[in-house]
Design a protein around this ligand. Structure first.
Ligand SMILES: [Zn+2]
Length: 468
């Protein structure tokens, strides 16, 4: 480890002591303005993705942070200080103005537009090298951190090649074969013999290959002696629970780390490689909350993502030879705060009181319904959404539960009605085609033009690392 490095446990504790930050140095930002770097080339890249983030999503999270803590979001602070390169990014895929996450992250990773649903495979079947493989060729380490299954489309596009994003068992195996050094998130079912189609105990194979394997937050933060060389951590069978549910449920909180905790852990491991690293960190469930039109879930997951910007910022104070890119792959759901009342004067009160009153995601309520009595569930929904579940609604929920999927969550969403209660409304439950926000700092950020295509980020990264 470098002399500047903390011990793994030490930096986690110092981060916790400082609140939410990488270390206790954030107040020193003004002494070393972002963008003042000692080298024209980057040793490290930190790539932060709020998946499926409409500009409206970012806006309501920022407003809610002001309401909660009288603080603006870290992302807004970067713009206020004019400390970063800012751009708009077009997000199209090869076959649609509206991309999916597989094609979008493949564009960053490989530099080419491909069709929705594929990961680093062109329509004629050509395999494109993912950016993590390229980074490995120059001796640098790689890490993937997300709140979704770690085998989900965005992290997968950084380090795998599959015709269809659904091939998640294969993606889990490819991470091992390609030697991704740190893998943290959800999706344990693709590593357990019981969950995989081929019944292979992939976690065991990772261990045999020298990985430390953890399965809970307690193990991640307290159960590892020293700093591992390689780490696999999966904390939930599928996607991690939403932040709003983690924040209000001690059992989930002891099982599942925050995105920021996973990012700090990843940085502490990756920085052992003096040659450098590429770390992708995804707030992946912002997208899912957009699909689910779930305003409580989307606000709190966007805020959890915002913490990672502060961690990256604090990290780059000590390591200015790090390129940081902060962006999203596409919008989702068309999330927007709309004016409420005559001349919109009821907007603020409605929005803040409405978000304050939400106690759980629709998904969480659907998940726990099966383990509760009808009365208990009715009370819980009353507390969390202020919706009265009468006999007729209970019957509709029972029918919906038989239909499966998100039917129960969809009914709860309809009855909750985010527009009336919060002013936040949606254009659809689909991805959207808007140009999206991007900012960057560190070596190579100055080359980013004000309006770019998603594919342009590939050369930004490879040139910053002197790969091309
Ligand atoms: Zn999506």
């Amino acid at each position: 480890m470098s002399s500047k490095s903390f011990s793994r446990r030490g930096f986690l504790q110092s981060g916790a002591a400082a609140g939410l930050l990488w270390g206790s140095h954030l107040t020193g930002c003004a002494q070393l303005p972002i963008g003042k770097v000692r080298s024209s080339k980057a040793r490290n890249i930190i790539f932060l993705v709020a998946d499926g983030m409409n500009t409206g999503t970012w806006t309501i999270a920022d407003y809610y942070m002001q309401h909660q803590n009288q603080q603006r979001s870290e992302w807004v602070k970067l713009y206020q200080e004019e400390a970063v390169t800012r751009a708009l990014m077009e997000t199209c895929s090869a076959n649609s103005r509206v991309t999916d996450s597989a094609a979008a992250a493949s564009a960053w990773s490989s530099g080419q537009r491909i069709k929705n649903g594929a990961i680093n495979v062109t329509p004629d079947g050509t395999h494109l090298m993912p950016i993590c493989d390229l980074v490995k060729t120059i001796g640098r380490s790689t890490g993937l951190v997300t709140t979704t299954r770690v085998t989900h489309a965005t992290p997968a596009a950084f380090a795998s090649i599959v015709k269809s994003r659904g091939e998640e068992d294969s993606i889990a195996l490819q991470y091992l074969e390609r030697g991704v050094d740190v893998i943290l998130g959800g999706g344990s079912k693709h590593f357990d013999g019981a969950g995989r189609k081929d019944k292979v105990d992939l976690s065991g194979r990772y261990q045999a290959a020298g990985y430390t394997v953890v399965e809970s937050r307690d193990q991640l933060l307290e159960g590892i002696e020293g700093v591992p060389r390689r780490l696999l951590g999966t904390f939930w069978p599928s996607h991690l629970p939403y932040s709003i549910d983690r924040n209000r449920d001690a059992e989930i909180a002891s099982q599942v780390p925050t995105l920021g905790e996973m990012m700090r852990t990843a940085l502490g491991i990756l920085e052992q490689n003096r040659a450098g690293f590429l770390l992708q960190v995804e707030g992946g469930r912002v997208d899912h909350a957009g699909h689910g039109n779930d305003v409580g879930a989307i606000v709190h997951d966007q805020i959890a993502f915002d913490e990672c910007i502060a961690i990256a910022r604090a990290y780059t104070q000590e390591n200015p030879d790090t390129l940081v890119i902060v962006t999203t792959d596409h919008g989702c759901g068309g999330c927007q705060l709309n004016g409420v009342g005559a001349a919109y004067v009821n907007t603020d009160k409605t929005f803040f009181a409405g978000i304050d009153a939400i106690g759980a995601s629709y998904e969480h309520l659907q998940r726990v319904r099966e383990s509760l009595s009808t009365d208990q569930f009715g009370v819980l929904v009353g507390e969390c959404l202020q919706v009265n579940i009468d006999d007729e609604k209970h019957q509709q929920l029972a029918v919906a539960a038989k239909a499966g999927g998100y039917s129960v969550a969809n009914l709860l969403r309809k009855w909750h009605g985010s527009f009336a209660r919060t002013g936040v409304n949606w254009t659809s439950q689909n991805h959207t085609g808007e140009f999206v926000e991007l900012c960057a700092w560190g070596p190579g950020s100055e080359s980013i033009r004000r309006w770019i295509r998603n594919t342009d980020l590939h050369s930004v990264m490879t040139e910053a690392l002197a790969l091309k």
